[in-house]
Design a protein around this ligand. Sequence first.
Ligand code: DX5
Ligand code: ZN
Length: 221
Amino acid sequence: MLDYLIAPSLLSANFARLGEEAENVLKAGGDILHLDVMDNQYVPALTVGPLVCEALRKHGIKAPIDVHLMTRPVDSLISEFAKAGASNLTFHPECSDHIDRSLDLIHKHGCKAGLALNPSTTLDCLEYVIDKVDIILIMSVNPGFGGQQFISATLEKLKKARALITQSGKNIRLAIDGGIKPDNIREAAQAGADMFIAGSAIFMQPDYAKVIQMFRDELKK
Ligand code: DX5
Ligand code: ZN
């Protein structure tokens, strides 16, 4: 059986109390913190920069921080987030002019490298770089906002991505991001996902532990 990771997305947390929210969601059973970085160009929203990642580390957060860059370009922010304590850095292929080089840059900083694929993006960009990829992040909504509805065509793409991973023989994480809820996490897992990013499903509920336990129960079925 795959070992599953639950990655709460801080996008739906209370930003006025971010350190506390991060601590609470980890105590509630989250495995890894997902931090959405939006630049008001590649996506309409504007969220946080490396300073906030560093602040979480200074606050005492020890869990891996999974930074999802929705920014164009990516290279300078890769370096800044790595220095700010990011563990994983995932970017969208269309945001880098030189994907292979950006992946190398992430590794040079000692972080894990991911590629994030929008609902309409094919898996083709992986063909010649899969050896440099640690995480494939399949977007099940269009990037830019929390609380959107899961796009079900994503399930087919997850299956194809899982087949590519098996073929590669590499230990690559297959993350799913967007619209993940207790009632659809299982089908995402069955399609091959092993890392589940969820924002509103967790943070919009009063009891984070209860939702995370519901996720785990679904994954056990
Ligand atoms: C969307 C972000 C997601 C977002 C998911 O662009 O990449 O990580 O936080 O939020 P939910 O789980 O509410 O769809
Ligand atoms: Zn994200």
